[in-house]
Write a protein that binds this ligand. Structure first.
Ligand code: ACO
Length: 342
């Protein structure tokens, strides 16, 4: 596997996380609600995943990825004491756009009256936000952009099959939007210390959403009931995640020349409480260094990582001078990290 080529960026520009925000749908879907829709139990779901409830969007009320994303961006701008007029670029991580085009970011910019700023989406499954942070950081480092919105917004429940047939994946997902406003500073020590971005399309078949018969990687797997619903080989993804997460932490720490003790928060994609607990144990991390909030929200795809950051920030646990590592893995398969000096 080749490493990215070293590049030289202006050294006098730093990047800070100026504001954090989140937006959740009001509608709550508990495990007990799911018991009424499929053959499952609260006990099974909690034991296997740690999830107790999740939020779901209500399309009939106009709730979409761009609707919730705009609310999250608005909250992040307010947290940064900025207005939409201060923003000069918007990057949105999503795998559930309203439609193939226009992009969620263009719609969001319009919802908030952002004018003609640059706006584009990044599709990298649950890694979307982490990849977007790395991209936005380096764009600011070039000196071309000052305030960049980076939002993860997904409504994956629109691809959930809430019948017994789809129960092994439908129980996992929730909807949300969350993200940050990144800002150029004159302190060059603020910003990325190390990052990693990986993908392996050879394992795409473990997690995909088929919309046509020809989308199936193995034609024998075809079943009409699977069209338009998330297809996941749970045990394969679980095995991938349990080994990838610790390796990714190790890779990122090595690149930065740091040890796990030097990092204040590991902000991880919330896919399964057991996967996160295993990573915590491997590095001997105290519980408060790797927050698990999957019990309330389920797996919210690209929103999951910034949703954890938002919770930490609201609890007063995020401060300048800290080091935070963002980590995710997901469909693609993809995996990536972003280690920040705040
Ligand atoms: N309720 C009750 N029983 C169930 C349910 C359910 N909701 N779902 C499956 N089962 C049953 C199965 O039918 C099976 O029964 P059987 O033994 O009689 O055949 C049994 O439970 C075990 O099924 P498995 O699929 O092997 O269950 P597993 O222990 O692997 O747990 C799970 C499934 C929770 C999905 C797990 O594999 C997992 O978390 N995988 C990782 C998922 C993940 O992290 N995805 C992240 C990426 S998401 C993204 O990027 C968009």
């Amino acid at each position: 596997m080749s490493s990215p080529r070293p590049i030289t960026l202006p050294t006098n520009i730093g990047v800070r996380i100026a504001g954090v925000g989140a937006a959740l749908p009001d509608k709550v879907l508990t495990n007990f609600d799911l018991e009424k829709l499929m053959d499952t139990s609260d006990e099974w779901i909690v034991q296997r995943t740690g999830i107790r409830e999740r939020r779901v969007h209500e399309p009939e009320k106009g709730q979409t990825a761009s609707y919730h994303g705009a609310r999250a961006l608005d909250a992040a701008l307010k947290d940064a004491s900025l207005t939409i007029d201060d923003l000069d670029l918007l990057v949105v991580a999503t795998m559930t756009p309203e439609m193939p085009t226009p992009s969620v970011s263009s719609l969001m910019a319009d919802h908030l009256g952002a004018g003609a700023i640059g706006a584009f989406d990044i599709c990298a499954g649950c890694c979307g936000f982490v990849f977007s942070m790395n991209v936005a950081h380096d764009l600011i480092k070039t000196g071309r952009y000052k305030n960049v919105g980076v939002i993860g917004s997904d409504c994956l429940t629109k691809f959930a099959d809430y019948s017994t047939y789809g129960r092994s994946t439908a129980i996992l997902f929730g909807d949300a939007a969350a993200g940050v406003v990144l800002q150029a500073t004159d302190n060059p020590s603020q910003g990325l210390l190390a990052q990693a971005m990986h993908s392996d399309g050879g394992r795409a078949k473990h997690l995909f959403i088929p919309v046509a018969k020809t989308d199936f990687f193995e034609q024998d797997d075809y079943d009409e009931r699977k069209l338009g619903a998330v297809q996941m080989n749970g045990p394969a993804v679980f095995k991938f995640a349990v080994t990838t997460f610790p390796n990714l932490i190790e890779e990122t720490l090595t690149k930065a020349g740091l040890s796990a003790d030097d990092v204040d928060h590991f902000v991880c994609h919330q896919s399964n409480a057991r996967i996160l607990a295993a990573a915590r144990d491997r590095f001997g991390l105290p519980e408060d260094k790797l927050l698990i909030n999957i019990d309330h929200y389920g797996n919210t795809v690209a929103a999951s990582v910034p949703l954890v950051l938002d919770e930490l920030k609201k609890a007063g646990r995020v401060h300048e001078g800290q080091k935070i590592m963002f980590l995710a893995f997901g469909a693609g398969l993809t995996w990536g990290s972003s280690l920040w000096q705040l």
